[in-house]
Design a binder for this molecule. Structure first.
Ligand SMILES: [Zn+2]
Ligand SMILES: [Zn+2]
Length: 468
């Protein structure tokens, strides 16, 4: 336990149900920033840079005129966007950006891409149609094929949707009624089953004498136990969540919450990952829309590093790194796509992948599984729209999303902020990426965000961050 762990100075609690509005958050951040600064060197490892240092650090050049009106143009191509926003990167030289959460650097090479217009070439590409509809012969995830999977751990069923306002693209007025069951139930809409081919040994089946790591210094090894589950997101054959009613997305999020809560309570589980692979290029082996949960006794290196960085930041600054990054993104605005009272979607400053969108809460929330039904319902509306934007911008492209919630093994959950990253699979990792563990991204997040804003404005102009 860090000595500063209890010296929380701002009103953030893990189970805070009252959302902390953004203006309060920004006010708090402003107060923090105007506080006298020590003259000592800033630890660039975790500490957020000041405005002045940010200007030096970034090749993003904010003019005194501000960015506001420039986004009003409706550019059709990446080249045009780059030309309109030459201040983003005033020469063709590559630059790198660091993700303060992971500490990892990404190389930005906007001019490197052989294709002069990535968006246009993608648009003209033959899109792989996602299929939707009745049960597909041979699909083990369709209703009627329950016998082809292990018995359900959890099922959820939607109530009568016609009784509710279901205006896609906006917060619904009332969330749908659902009935959930820790086992099979007829007429299910979302069904969670154990993975037939699990990545980890079942924690129940693990024998006692296999739970100790080896003591070999040069060849360390340890057993990995846990659980691997599949969340089937529709009873009918549907291949892309982008076409779902938000009510179904809501039920899927409820399934995530329930299963994360279950695994977080299991002794020995140190990390829980929830993710979706949609399309073969994203790693999906079955077409039917589904996501997966893997709970492990192993805390992966990346999660360990992020937790340590968040804890170090909180010990020094007093707030969570994730929230501070969000406040800084909201104040810079050029990468923000849309926000509601509860959630914000943006393309992070140091996105590792082209076109990546990050979705998180406006208020501090370490754990996704802490959300109540109403919050999950609003999140479902937002997530539905985010997936829609990705599919509009990159039609037919496979995509992944990754849900990051504070690992159950965290000693300081307050240092953590939950988030969800979604990104289309545009380019494959190649030699440099594999050899260096450093991604090369040819699309600036500012460019991606401008494109998404254009799509989002068409979709629902009320939610798009208003400039000027
Ligand atoms: Zn199916
Ligand atoms: Zn915070």
């Amino acid at each position: 336990m860090h000595p500063n762990a209890d010296s929380e100075t701002h009103p953030e609690t893990a189970d805070s149900s009252a959302p902390q509005r953004v203006h309060e958050a920004e006010l708090e951040f402003a107060v923090k920033r105007t506080a006298p600064k020590t003259d000592g060197p800033i630890d660039m490892d975790t500490r957020l840079a000041t405005d002045e240092r940010t200007r030096v650090m970034l090749s993003v050049r904010r003019t005194s005129r501000g960015v506001d009106n420039r986004w009003e143009v409706d550019p059709d191509t990446q080249d045009q966007i780059l030309a309109e926003h030459a201040w983003l990167n005033d020469d063709s030289a590559s630059h790198s950006r660091r993700d303060q959460l992971t500490g990892g650097w990404t190389i930005y090479a906007p001019k490197r891409d052989e294709r002069p217009n990535e968006f246009a070439s993608l648009r003209s590409m033959q899109a792989t149609p996602f299929r939707q509809g009745e049960a597909q012969v041979g699909c083990p995830f369709c209703a009627g094929s329950e016998g082809q999977t292990p018995e359900a751990l959890w099922t959820g069923r939607l109530g009568d949707l016609t009784a509710f306002h279901t205006d896609q693209g906006s917060d619904r007025f009332a969330r749908p009624a659902i009935s959930i069951c820790y086992g099979e139930q007829p007429d299910w809409d979302v069904r969670v089953v154990p993975n037939k081919f699990p990545a980890v040994t079942s924690i129940d089946g693990a024998s006692q004498n296999r739970t100790e790591p080896t003591t070999d210094v040069l060849f360390p090894s340890a057993p990995v136990v846990g659980g691997h589950e599949v969340i089937i997101e529709s009873s009918g054959h549907a291949e892309n969540m982008a076409s779902f009613d938000p009510a179904l997305v809501y039920l899927t999020l409820v399934a995530y919450r329930e299963r994360i809560r279950h695994w977080a309570s299991v002794d020995g589980i140190r990390y829980i990952s929830v993710f979706k692979n949609c399309g073969p290029e994203a790693g999906a082996s079955l077409h039917h829309s589904h996501s997966q949960l893997i709970a492990t006794s192993l805390l992966p290196q990346a999660a360990r590093v992020t937790m340590a960085r968040c804890e170090s930041h909180r010990a020094r600054v007093g707030s969570s790194l994730g929230c501070d990054l969000l406040r800084a993104e909201c104040s810079q605005r050029s990468r923000v796509i849309a926000k509601t009272d509860s959630f914000v979607a943006y393309c992070p400053f140091a996105s590792r992948f082209a076109g990546m969108i990050r979705l998180t809460s406006m208020s501090h929330q370490p754990r996704f599984e802490s959300f109540d039904d109403g919050t999950l319902d609003r999140l479902a509306s937002m997530l539905t729209r985010v997936i829609y934007w990705v599919n509009q911008a990159f039609p037919g492209k496979a995509y992944n999303y990754l849900l990051h919630t504070c690992p159950p093994s965290s000693a300081q959950p307050e240092a953590f902020q939950w988030w969800l990253d979604i990104f289309p699979r545009l380019n494959k990792a190649a030699g440099f990426e594999w050899s260096s563990d450093c991604m090369i991204n040819s699309m600036l997040p500012e460019v991606a965000a401008a494109n998404y804003r254009r799509i989002a404005r068409r979709d629902d102009p009320r939610r798009v961050l208003a400039f000027g």
